[in-house]
Design a protein around this ligand. Structure first.
Ligand code: HEC
Length: 230
């Protein structure tokens, strides 16, 4: 009697193990199949959620909460970026303190902050090459690659249809106060776009100094007794 019972117990036990294995196989097969190419609106099941699913708005999305329904809030009026704050009005605008006209020269404060004229010029050359060369050309002749289509700088300028640019050698530009050059970069002029939003104040003054250096280097050449131009 007891032997039969023992056998029955053994049979039951082994079938239980078999059922467990079968369940395991079925579950893992189901798990693999369930991950294939199916999308779901339900959040993924994560054992440790941490900050995986923090509440947030999508950019430009609709808000039930704010009266104007904008999730992207406008900064308080008068807000400026911390690194864009300039408390010296002459440095900020290029205008004389009484606003009667443009500052004739780069404000000493701008030179001092850059760590001297040499550093200012070096920075200016770098920034000029990035921001102005494409249109005005390396020497400021107004024949950059946006304006002229050509293989080599020595090739004649084949216009791409861009408005003609003045050369910095133009006496009108040579006699333009430094502050006006600064304001030209800040606000643009006629067909030239404004670069104030892209170029910080200090870099604008650096570029002004470099443009002056470019003009001077060309003046120095033209004052030398050389062969007349043909
Ligand atoms: C997208 C091309 C473009 C870029 C980049 C550009 N300029 Fe100009 N710039 C022009 C054009 C076009 C004019 C002529 C505008 C006119 O007279 O209609 C001009 C004119 C000027 C003038 C003469 C303004 C006047 O009163 O006649 C100055 C000075 C000048 N640019 C400086 C700069 C400096 C400095 C930079 C770099 C920060 C720069 N520009 C970048 C296109 C450009």
């Amino acid at each position: 009697m007891s032997g039969v019972n023992a056998a029955a117990v053994t049979v039951r036990a082994s079938s239980a193990v078999g059922a467990l294995i079968a369940l395991g196989v079925a579950l893992s097969a189901g798990g693999v199949a369930g991950c294939r190419g199916q999308t779901s609106d339900d959040p993924p099941i994560l054992l440790e959620r941490n900050m995986y699913d923090t509440e947030r708005y999508n950019p430009e999305s609709y808000s039930q909460f704010f009266a104007d329904h904008r999730t992207m809030r406008a900064p308080v009026e008068g807000t400026i970026a911390r690194d864009r704050y300039e408390d010296d009005p002459e440095v900020a605008t290029g205008l004389l303190p009484d606003k009667s006209g443009y500052a004739m020269t780069v404000p000493p404060a701008a030179i001092n902050r850059a760590g001297g004229i040499e550093k200012l010029l070096a920075r200016g050359q770098e920034r000029y090459t990035i921001y102005c060369t494409p249109c005005h050309g390396r020497t400021g002749d107004g024949k950059g690659m946006v304006v002229c289509k050509r293989q080599k700088v020595t090739d004649p300028c084949e216009s791409r249809g861009f408005a003609p640019l003045p050369s910095y050698e133009d006496p009108r530009l040579r006699h333009m106060p430094d502050g006006q050059l600064f304001a030209t970069i800040t606000h643009g002029v006629r067909t030239m776009p404004a670069y104030g939003p892209q170029i910080p104040v200090a870099d604008r003054w650096a570029i002004v100094s470099y443009v002056r250096a470019l003009e001077m280097s060309q003046m120095a050449d033209s004052s030398q007794p050389t062969e007349p131009k043909k």
